[in-house]
Design a protein around this ligand. Structure first.
Ligand code: MF3
Ligand code: CO
Length: 251
């Protein structure tokens, strides 16, 4: 069942999302060659706590970190630690915050120093796929409209979409109904209604769509070790255009 949120729940989810947005903005300035993923994770954890939130990922199914840090051919759920960034890398940073029991979730893939043109295209295309999905997230549309829009952008740019991992409802739990595939048919699936809250998160690969899990039981990589990018926003479904809750509001 897809939960339609109350105004009070939405206020709390918005607060959590704004902490995530702020953390992403602040951590971006700290990303660069020589920095370890563990340092970035500690910075984000501190930022979330200093701003009145809790890191939503810590304790989730035994997860130990505030962030997921996925480097290069890692798709998602990479573990922060000793890995040191170098120019030419791409780093997916996924952050969740909890405020008064309510959740926000967002991710971006950052370039470390200069990256090749093809890699820039992968990042841009993944962001564009997310934007296209968000455009379809409106009252009266179907879930499949979001999925199909994402797939279409990926295909147009010649990238494959990860088919075994999904976006999700979010807010009262970190992961709620519905699952949101990044591929699908327009007009199919459940109807979207005002005040549903969704985490839309396309993952695009340069090579094939297949993935596998590392022995750490968390890190997901591309089977062919090709580069992968991941962008995610938590959005509020409305009658018109969705509100992107994990965009920083000007104050
Ligand atoms: N944003 C991630 C997702 O939706 C959440 C990471 S789960 C955790 O898949 F266990 F790493 F926290
Ligand atoms: Co998510």
């Amino acid at each position: 069942m897809i939960i339609v949120k109350t105004p009070e729940q939405i206020e709390n989810i918005r607060s959590a999302c704004q902490i995530v947005a702020g953390a992403l903005r602040e951590v971006e300035t700290r990303i660069g060659p020589g920095v370890s993923t563990g340092e970035l994770d500690k910075f984000v954890e501190g930022y979330i706590r200093d701003n009145g939130g809790e890191p939503a990922f810590i304790g989730y199914r035994g997860y130990k970190y505030a962030t997921c840090t996925s480097l290069n051919h890692e798709v998602v759920h990479g573990l922060p630690g000793r890995a040191v960034l170098k120019a030419g890398d791409i780093l997916g940073l996924d952050i969740g915050a909890k405020v008064n029991g309510y959740y926000g979730d967002a991710a971006r893939t950052f370039a470390v120093g200069e990256i090749p043109k093809k890699t820039r295209k992968l990042l841009k295309s993944t962001e564009e796929a997310l934007a296209a999905g968000i455009t379809q997230a409106r009252d009266g549309n179907h879930l499949g409209d979001i999925s199909a829009a994402i797939e279409k952008v990926a295909e147009r740019h010649g990238f494959s979409v990860v088919r075994d991992l999904y976006g999700h409802g979010v807010g009262i739990e970190l992961h709620e109904d519905p699952l949101i595939p990044n591929f699908g048919e327009p007009g199919h699936g459940p109807l979207l209604k005002e005040n549903m809250v969704l985490a839309i998160e396309p993952m695009l690969n340069v090579g094939g769509s297949n993935i596998r899990m590392l022995a750490d039981k968390w890190t997901i990589i591309t089977e062919d070790r090709s580069l992968s990018a991941h962008f995610e926003h938590t959005i509020l479904v409305r009658k018109g255009e969705a509100e992107i809750l994990t965009w920083l509001q000007k104050m």
